[in-house]
Design a protein around this ligand. Structure first.
Ligand code: THF
Length: 295
Protein backbone atom coordinates (compact mmCIF):
# COMPACT_ATOMS: atom_id res chain seq x y z
CA UNK A 1 0.00 0.00 0.00
CA UNK A 2 0.95 3.66 -0.12
CA UNK A 3 2.08 3.45 3.51
CA UNK A 4 5.33 1.86 2.25
CA UNK A 5 6.13 5.07 0.42
CA UNK A 6 5.25 7.27 3.39
CA UNK A 7 7.37 5.09 5.70
CA UNK A 8 10.34 5.43 3.34
CA UNK A 9 9.81 9.19 3.14
CA UNK A 10 9.83 9.37 6.96
CA UNK A 11 12.88 7.10 7.15
CA UNK A 12 14.91 9.28 4.76
CA UNK A 13 13.92 12.42 6.70
CA UNK A 14 14.93 10.81 9.97
CA UNK A 15 17.97 8.71 9.08
CA UNK A 16 19.17 10.09 5.75
CA UNK A 17 22.85 10.90 5.40
CA UNK A 18 23.29 14.56 4.53
CA UNK A 19 25.58 15.03 1.56
CA UNK A 20 26.36 17.16 -1.45
CA UNK A 21 25.24 15.55 -4.70
CA UNK A 22 25.93 16.00 -8.42
CA UNK A 23 23.44 18.87 -8.70
CA UNK A 24 24.91 20.86 -5.79
CA UNK A 25 21.47 21.10 -4.12
CA UNK A 26 22.34 18.59 -1.39
CA UNK A 27 20.33 15.57 -0.27
CA UNK A 28 19.40 13.33 2.62
CA UNK A 29 20.17 9.83 1.37
CA UNK A 30 19.68 6.22 2.40
CA UNK A 31 21.00 3.23 0.47
CA UNK A 32 18.82 0.29 -0.46
CA UNK A 33 15.02 0.09 -0.21
CA UNK A 34 12.24 -2.10 -1.52
CA UNK A 35 8.49 -1.72 -2.01
CA UNK A 36 5.94 -4.23 -3.29
CA UNK A 37 2.80 -3.06 -5.07
CA UNK A 38 -0.03 -5.48 -5.81
CA UNK A 39 -1.45 -4.77 -9.27
CA UNK A 40 -3.90 -7.67 -9.31
CA UNK A 41 -7.48 -6.53 -9.65
CA UNK A 42 -6.27 -3.54 -11.64
CA UNK A 43 -4.78 -1.53 -8.76
CA UNK A 44 -1.92 0.80 -9.67
CA UNK A 45 0.53 2.70 -7.42
CA UNK A 46 -0.49 6.24 -8.32
CA UNK A 47 0.05 8.10 -5.04
CA UNK A 48 -3.00 9.65 -3.43
CA UNK A 49 -1.23 11.71 -0.74
CA UNK A 50 -0.58 14.26 -3.50
CA UNK A 51 -1.94 14.67 -7.01
CA UNK A 52 0.29 12.79 -9.45
CA UNK A 53 -0.12 13.72 -13.11
CA UNK A 54 -0.34 10.09 -14.16
CA UNK A 55 -1.05 10.90 -17.81
CA UNK A 56 2.31 12.67 -17.96
CA UNK A 57 4.03 9.56 -16.57
CA UNK A 58 2.21 7.30 -19.05
CA UNK A 59 3.04 9.63 -21.96
CA UNK A 60 6.68 9.50 -20.88
CA UNK A 61 6.54 5.68 -20.87
CA UNK A 62 4.91 5.65 -24.35
CA UNK A 63 7.70 7.95 -25.55
CA UNK A 64 10.36 5.57 -24.18
CA UNK A 65 8.62 2.76 -26.10
CA UNK A 66 8.83 4.66 -29.39
CA UNK A 67 12.61 4.48 -29.04
CA UNK A 68 12.79 8.27 -29.15
CA UNK A 69 15.46 10.34 -27.41
CA UNK A 70 14.42 13.86 -28.41
CA UNK A 71 12.14 15.98 -26.20
CA UNK A 72 10.12 17.36 -29.15
CA UNK A 73 7.47 14.61 -29.18
CA UNK A 74 7.09 15.07 -25.41
CA UNK A 75 6.51 18.81 -25.79
CA UNK A 76 3.98 18.15 -28.56
CA UNK A 77 2.14 16.08 -25.91
CA UNK A 78 2.52 18.91 -23.40
CA UNK A 79 5.04 16.97 -21.28
CA UNK A 80 7.72 19.27 -19.86
CA UNK A 81 9.51 17.03 -17.36
CA UNK A 82 12.57 16.48 -19.60
CA UNK A 83 13.08 20.11 -20.74
CA UNK A 84 15.46 21.13 -17.96
CA UNK A 85 18.43 19.10 -19.19
CA UNK A 86 18.51 20.27 -22.86
CA UNK A 87 17.69 23.78 -21.64
CA UNK A 88 20.69 23.79 -19.29
CA UNK A 89 22.93 22.52 -22.12
CA UNK A 90 21.62 25.23 -24.46
CA UNK A 91 22.26 28.00 -21.94
CA UNK A 92 25.68 26.60 -21.10
CA UNK A 93 26.80 26.26 -24.73
CA UNK A 94 25.31 29.44 -26.20
CA UNK A 95 25.41 31.74 -23.19
CA UNK A 96 21.89 32.84 -24.16
CA UNK A 97 19.55 33.46 -21.19
CA UNK A 98 16.50 31.99 -22.92
CA UNK A 99 13.42 31.27 -20.78
CA UNK A 100 12.07 27.73 -20.51
CA UNK A 101 8.86 28.76 -22.29
CA UNK A 102 10.74 30.32 -25.23
CA UNK A 103 13.08 27.34 -25.47
CA UNK A 104 10.12 24.93 -25.54
CA UNK A 105 8.37 27.05 -28.18
CA UNK A 106 11.44 26.96 -30.42
CA UNK A 107 11.76 23.19 -30.05
CA UNK A 108 8.12 22.78 -31.08
CA UNK A 109 8.15 25.28 -33.96
CA UNK A 110 11.61 24.65 -35.43
CA UNK A 111 12.43 21.05 -36.27
CA UNK A 112 16.05 21.82 -37.15
CA UNK A 113 16.51 23.58 -33.80
CA UNK A 114 14.92 20.56 -32.10
CA UNK A 115 17.31 18.15 -33.79
CA UNK A 116 20.26 20.16 -32.55
CA UNK A 117 19.07 21.12 -29.06
CA UNK A 118 16.29 18.72 -28.09
CA UNK A 119 18.40 15.58 -28.14
CA UNK A 120 19.16 13.75 -24.89
CA UNK A 121 21.64 11.29 -26.39
CA UNK A 122 21.29 7.47 -26.29
CA UNK A 123 18.94 7.41 -23.27
CA UNK A 124 16.16 4.94 -22.39
CA UNK A 125 14.35 4.67 -25.73
CA UNK A 126 17.51 4.02 -27.70
CA UNK A 127 18.74 1.32 -25.34
CA UNK A 128 15.35 -0.38 -24.96
CA UNK A 129 14.59 -0.61 -28.67
CA UNK A 130 17.92 -0.20 -30.51
CA UNK A 131 20.81 -1.32 -28.25
CA UNK A 132 23.82 -1.40 -30.55
CA UNK A 133 25.70 -4.70 -30.48
CA UNK A 134 29.42 -5.12 -31.20
CA UNK A 135 28.60 -6.46 -34.69
CA UNK A 136 26.61 -3.33 -35.57
CA UNK A 137 23.23 -5.07 -35.15
CA UNK A 138 20.51 -3.31 -33.15
CA UNK A 139 18.69 -5.24 -30.42
CA UNK A 140 15.02 -4.57 -29.65
CA UNK A 141 14.93 -5.64 -26.01
CA UNK A 142 11.19 -4.94 -25.69
CA UNK A 143 10.26 -7.10 -28.70
CA UNK A 144 12.47 -9.90 -27.37
CA UNK A 145 10.86 -9.61 -23.95
CA UNK A 146 7.32 -9.87 -25.36
CA UNK A 147 8.27 -12.81 -27.58
CA UNK A 148 9.68 -14.65 -24.55
CA UNK A 149 6.67 -13.80 -22.35
CA UNK A 150 4.53 -15.52 -24.99
CA UNK A 151 6.74 -18.48 -25.88
CA UNK A 152 8.67 -19.31 -22.70
CA UNK A 153 7.10 -17.59 -19.68
CA UNK A 154 9.14 -19.71 -17.22
CA UNK A 155 12.29 -18.01 -18.51
CA UNK A 156 14.56 -16.31 -15.99
CA UNK A 157 15.99 -14.06 -18.67
CA UNK A 158 13.01 -11.79 -19.27
CA UNK A 159 14.54 -8.38 -18.72
CA UNK A 160 15.69 -5.24 -20.40
CA UNK A 161 18.53 -2.96 -19.41
CA UNK A 162 19.44 0.66 -20.12
CA UNK A 163 22.88 0.84 -18.48
CA UNK A 164 24.92 0.58 -21.69
CA UNK A 165 28.36 1.27 -20.29
CA UNK A 166 29.93 2.19 -23.63
CA UNK A 167 27.30 4.85 -24.32
CA UNK A 168 26.89 6.48 -20.89
CA UNK A 169 29.06 9.45 -21.79
CA UNK A 170 26.76 10.51 -24.62
CA UNK A 171 23.64 10.59 -22.40
CA UNK A 172 22.28 13.86 -20.98
CA UNK A 173 21.68 11.81 -17.84
CA UNK A 174 22.57 8.14 -17.24
CA UNK A 175 19.47 5.98 -16.69
CA UNK A 176 17.95 6.03 -13.20
CA UNK A 177 15.40 3.22 -13.59
CA UNK A 178 17.89 1.00 -15.31
CA UNK A 179 16.69 -2.58 -15.35
CA UNK A 180 13.24 -4.20 -15.48
CA UNK A 181 12.92 -7.96 -14.94
CA UNK A 182 9.69 -9.92 -15.46
CA UNK A 183 8.36 -13.15 -14.02
CA UNK A 184 5.21 -15.12 -14.87
CA UNK A 185 3.46 -17.25 -12.24
CA UNK A 186 1.92 -20.62 -13.10
CA UNK A 187 -1.56 -19.08 -12.90
CA UNK A 188 -0.74 -16.37 -15.42
CA UNK A 189 0.21 -13.31 -13.41
CA UNK A 190 2.95 -11.03 -14.70
CA UNK A 191 5.32 -9.73 -12.02
CA UNK A 192 7.91 -7.00 -12.51
CA UNK A 193 11.00 -6.07 -10.55
CA UNK A 194 12.39 -2.66 -11.37
CA UNK A 195 15.79 -1.53 -10.10
CA UNK A 196 16.34 2.19 -9.79
CA UNK A 197 19.91 3.19 -8.94
CA UNK A 198 19.06 6.81 -8.03
CA UNK A 199 15.74 7.92 -6.62
CA UNK A 200 14.43 11.47 -6.30
CA UNK A 201 11.90 10.28 -3.75
CA UNK A 202 9.59 13.30 -3.70
CA UNK A 203 9.38 14.29 -7.38
CA UNK A 204 10.63 11.45 -9.53
CA UNK A 205 9.60 8.25 -7.75
CA UNK A 206 5.82 8.82 -8.04
CA UNK A 207 6.24 9.16 -11.85
CA UNK A 208 8.51 6.12 -11.98
CA UNK A 209 5.94 3.94 -10.13
CA UNK A 210 3.12 5.07 -12.42
CA UNK A 211 5.22 4.55 -15.56
CA UNK A 212 6.41 1.09 -14.54
CA UNK A 213 2.83 0.07 -13.66
CA UNK A 214 1.49 1.29 -17.02
CA UNK A 215 4.20 -0.70 -18.81
CA UNK A 216 3.29 -3.80 -16.80
CA UNK A 217 -0.38 -3.35 -17.76
CA UNK A 218 0.57 -3.08 -21.46
CA UNK A 219 2.93 -6.06 -21.36
CA UNK A 220 0.34 -8.21 -19.60
CA UNK A 221 -2.20 -7.20 -22.25
CA UNK A 222 0.19 -8.13 -25.06
CA UNK A 223 1.06 -11.51 -23.54
CA UNK A 224 -2.44 -12.54 -22.39
CA UNK A 225 -1.49 -12.32 -18.73
CA UNK A 226 -2.86 -10.46 -15.72
CA UNK A 227 -0.73 -7.89 -13.88
CA UNK A 228 0.69 -9.35 -10.65
CA UNK A 229 3.18 -7.62 -8.35
CA UNK A 230 5.40 -4.64 -9.04
CA UNK A 231 8.52 -4.95 -6.92
CA UNK A 232 10.49 -1.73 -6.76
CA UNK A 233 14.11 -1.65 -5.58
CA UNK A 234 15.92 1.63 -4.96
CA UNK A 235 19.68 2.21 -4.66
CA UNK A 236 20.53 5.75 -3.55
CA UNK A 237 17.15 6.92 -2.28
CA UNK A 238 17.22 10.62 -1.52
CA UNK A 239 15.31 13.73 -0.65
CA UNK A 240 16.69 16.98 -2.01
CA UNK A 241 17.19 19.52 0.77
CA UNK A 242 14.70 21.88 -0.93
CA UNK A 243 12.02 19.13 -0.75
CA UNK A 244 11.99 18.56 3.02
CA UNK A 245 9.02 20.80 3.86
CA UNK A 246 7.04 19.19 1.05
CA UNK A 247 7.89 15.72 2.37
CA UNK A 248 6.70 16.70 5.86
CA UNK A 249 3.49 18.12 4.42
CA UNK A 250 2.83 14.90 2.51
CA UNK A 251 3.48 12.83 5.63
CA UNK A 252 0.61 14.63 7.33
CA UNK A 253 -1.89 13.29 4.78
CA UNK A 254 -3.80 10.00 4.94
CA UNK A 255 -3.66 7.64 1.91
CA UNK A 256 -7.00 7.03 0.17
CA UNK A 257 -6.49 3.64 -1.48
CA UNK A 258 -5.05 2.88 -4.93
CA UNK A 259 -6.96 3.74 -8.07
CA UNK A 260 -7.39 1.16 -10.85
CA UNK A 261 -5.97 1.36 -14.36
CA UNK A 262 -7.42 -0.37 -17.40
CA UNK A 263 -7.01 -0.30 -21.14
CA UNK A 264 -9.94 0.54 -23.39
CA UNK A 265 -8.73 -1.80 -26.12
CA UNK A 266 -6.12 -4.45 -26.90
CA UNK A 267 -3.57 -2.75 -29.14
CA UNK A 268 -2.20 -4.70 -32.10
CA UNK A 269 1.32 -4.44 -30.74
CA UNK A 270 3.30 -2.75 -27.98
CA UNK A 271 3.89 0.12 -30.44
CA UNK A 272 0.20 0.90 -30.87
CA UNK A 273 -0.87 2.12 -27.41
CA UNK A 274 -1.95 5.75 -27.15
CA UNK A 275 -2.63 7.87 -24.09
CA UNK A 276 -6.37 7.73 -24.84
CA UNK A 277 -6.30 3.94 -24.33
CA UNK A 278 -5.65 4.37 -20.59
CA UNK A 279 -8.38 4.90 -18.04
CA UNK A 280 -7.77 5.43 -14.34
CA UNK A 281 -10.75 4.94 -12.07
CA UNK A 282 -11.27 5.76 -8.43
CA UNK A 283 -8.43 8.28 -8.23
CA UNK A 284 -9.22 10.76 -5.46
CA UNK A 285 -5.91 12.37 -4.49
CA UNK A 286 -4.97 15.14 -2.07
CA UNK A 287 -3.93 18.43 -3.77
CA UNK A 288 -0.62 18.76 -5.67
CA UNK A 289 2.58 19.61 -3.78
CA UNK A 290 4.87 21.97 -5.66
CA UNK A 291 8.62 21.33 -5.73
CA UNK A 292 11.62 22.32 -7.86
CA UNK A 293 13.45 19.64 -9.80
CA UNK A 294 17.23 19.51 -9.35
CA UNK A 295 19.04 19.56 -12.71
N1 THF B 1 16.33 14.35 -12.17
C1 THF B 1 15.88 14.64 -10.94
N2 THF B 1 16.59 15.45 -10.15
N3 THF B 1 14.74 14.09 -10.47
C2 THF B 1 13.99 13.25 -11.24
O1 THF B 1 12.94 12.77 -10.78
C3 THF B 1 14.43 12.92 -12.53
N4 THF B 1 13.75 12.04 -13.35
C4 THF B 1 13.79 12.28 -14.77
C5 THF B 1 15.15 12.67 -15.11
N5 THF B 1 15.96 13.28 -14.24
C6 THF B 1 15.59 13.51 -12.98
C7 THF B 1 12.80 13.37 -15.10
N6 THF B 1 11.54 13.13 -14.46
C8 THF B 1 9.20 16.06 -12.65
C9 THF B 1 8.81 14.74 -12.64
C10 THF B 1 9.60 13.76 -13.23
C11 THF B 1 10.80 14.11 -13.84
C12 THF B 1 11.21 15.44 -13.82
C13 THF B 1 10.41 16.40 -13.25
C14 THF B 1 8.36 17.14 -12.05
O2 THF B 1 8.76 18.30 -12.03
N7 THF B 1 7.14 16.86 -11.58
C15 THF B 1 6.26 17.86 -11.01
C16 THF B 1 5.47 18.57 -12.08
C17 THF B 1 4.81 17.63 -13.03
C18 THF B 1 4.26 18.32 -14.27
O3 THF B 1 4.39 19.54 -14.43
O4 THF B 1 3.68 17.61 -15.10
C19 THF B 1 5.36 17.22 -9.97
O5 THF B 1 4.78 17.96 -9.18
O6 THF B 1 5.27 16.00 -9.95
C20 THF B 1 13.27 10.76 -12.86
O7 THF B 1 12.86 9.86 -13.75
Amino acid sequence: SEQQYLDLLAHVLEAGDRRVDRTGVGTLSVFGAMMRFDLSGGSVPILTTKTVWWKTAVKEMLWFLTGGTNIRPLLLENVRIWTDWPLAAYRRETGEEISQVDFERRIVEDEVFALRWGELGPVYGKQWRRWLGPDGREHDQIATLIATLRSNPASRRMLFHAWNVGELEGMALPPCHMVYQYHVTSDGRLNCLMYQRSVDLLLGAPFNFAGAAALQVMLADQADLRPGELVWVGGDVHLYLNHLDQAREQLGRAPRGWPRMRLLRRAGSIDDYRIGDFVVEGYDPHPPIRAEVAV
